[in-house]
Design a protein around this ligand. Structure first.
Ligand SMILES: Cc1ncc(COP(=O)(O)O)c(C=O)c1O
Length: 398
């Protein structure tokens, strides 16, 4: 062993050196050690529809997907993904050439970036960003260029400064990496914002990857608009979706890409050497899930909307400034009204102080200072769990 590690060279590839253990591991361990309610990581504490779980059991029993499924995904699922995009958004994709099934959205993000980014390319992404973006841009040898979403009390939530976005694009920019509804801020990009992004992409001839895993989680008047529906975008956009968030089966890791045949072929070239294929029997179950009637999606949204209000109101009552999210299942708060300014220190102390775990948004920023006072709570938990969390958080101001 010593011989293998005798050089001064670190074991971890230098591209990944800055990505140590994630904050999620640290905070989840803290939650267990202190018996705290874990509102850190975003996974539901209740499984999705029983009939979809049974569809997976049936697939296993009947031998559907127990051996390697086809590289692009089973035809039933690819057809269901295309039908879902057509039914909901009027977007037509050829299931054979324009749909690719992946091991969750995580693999879709990795494969798309590894396929499309060359060393030296710049990738413009909205900051704060989902943590795998930075790591995957690094693995591809690209350079990430963050454009910071900033709180905007007038417009509501965190908003994109379109001039800043324009200014971030250079001759080295290869692609824009967009996420709407946006984790962790809960921002849902408006048609105006998306139009500006689309115009910029067309003008500068950029590719766009858009992570739309929370497409079914929008609240009130907010509506999810897929970027690929905007003029000039269908042919230059890689759209990423996932069954995990929409159907509350995050452990199944079934995701997908929809894009032009050329883009799907490129992403598949990288994907085939990551997992090749995954989740055989679950693919059949997700095909059935995507065909569920609108009543399922409406009820899911209504349930999460209620939970959003419960947690957002509770956090406001406990003294936080709350950015009520228009989408996703996360609430971002500002801790400054509590006399705090360092989200890391606050989150490390919160289990001891109140028996609740949250995530400091700074981990999602390159400009750590810009994210310092913000803290994220997940509300994809059962109502009594959220009620108990809210009661505990009241201690902060008692
Ligand atoms: C914005 C975003 N993209 C992708 C993912 C990963 O999705 P999956 O579990 O399908 O890999 C998540 C999960 O939290 C997410 O929040």
């Amino acid at each position: 062993m010593a011989a293998m590690t005798s050089s001064a060279r670190p074991l971890l590839n230098r591209r990944l050196a800055e990505f140590g253990t994630t904050i999620f591991a640290e905070m989840s361990a803290l939650a267990t050690a202190t018996g705290s309610i874990n509102l850190g990581q975003g996974f539901p504490d209740q499984d999705g529809p029983a009939e979809i779980r049974e569809a997976a059991v049936r697939a296993l029993r009947e031998g559907h997907g127990n051996q390697y499924p086809p590289g692009p995904g089973v035809p039933e699922l690819r057809t269901a993904i295309a039908a879902h995009q057509e039914r909901r958004y009027g977007l037509a994709f050829d299931p054979d050439r324009e749909v690719l099934v992946t091991a969750g959205a995580t693999e879709a993000i990795a494969a798309a970036l590894l396929a499309l980014v060359e060393p030296g390319d710049e990738v413009v992404a909205l900051e704060p960003y989902y943590d795998s973006y930075a790591a995957c841009v690094a693995m591809a040898g690209g350079t990430r260029v963050p454009v910071t979403l900033r709180p905007d009390t007038e417009a509501g939530g965190f908003r994109l400064d379109l001039d800043e976005l324009r200014a971030a694009v250079t001759d080295r920019t290869r692609l824009l990496l967009i996420n709407t509804p946006h984790n962790p801020t809960g921002t849902v990009l408006t048609r105006e914002e998306l139009t500006a992004i689309a115009e910029l992409a067309v003008e500068r001839d950029l590719l766009v990857i858009t992570d739309e895993v929370y497409e079914h989680l929008t609240f009130g008047d907010a509506a999810h608009i897929p970027l690929a529906t905007l003029p000039g975008m269908r042919e230059r956009t890689v759209t990423i979706g996932s069954a995990g968030k929409t159907f509350s089966f995050t452990g199944w890791k079934v995701g997908w890409v929809t894009a032009s045949p050329e883009l799907v072929t490129a992403v598949r070239s990288a994907k085939q050497f990551l997992t090749y294929v995954s989740a055989g029997p679950f693919q059949y179950a997700v095909a059935e899930a995507l065909a569920l009637p609108d009543t399922y999606f409406d009820a899911f949204r209504a349930d999460m909307s209620l939970k959003r209000d419960l947690l957002a109101d509770g956090l406001a009552a406990a003294g936080f400034e709350v950015f009520r999210p228009a989408g996703t299942y996360f609430v971002t708060t500002d801790i400054r009204p509590l006399g705090e300014s360092d989200g890391f220190a606050f989150c490390r102390a919160l289990p001891e102080r109140a028996g609740v775990v949250a995530i400091p948004n700074a981990v999602f920023y390159d400009h750590r200072d810009a994210g310092a006072p913000f803290v994220r709570f997940a509300f994809c938990k059962q109502v009594p769990v959220l009620e108990e969390a809210v009661a505990r958080l009241k201690k902060l101001t008692a």
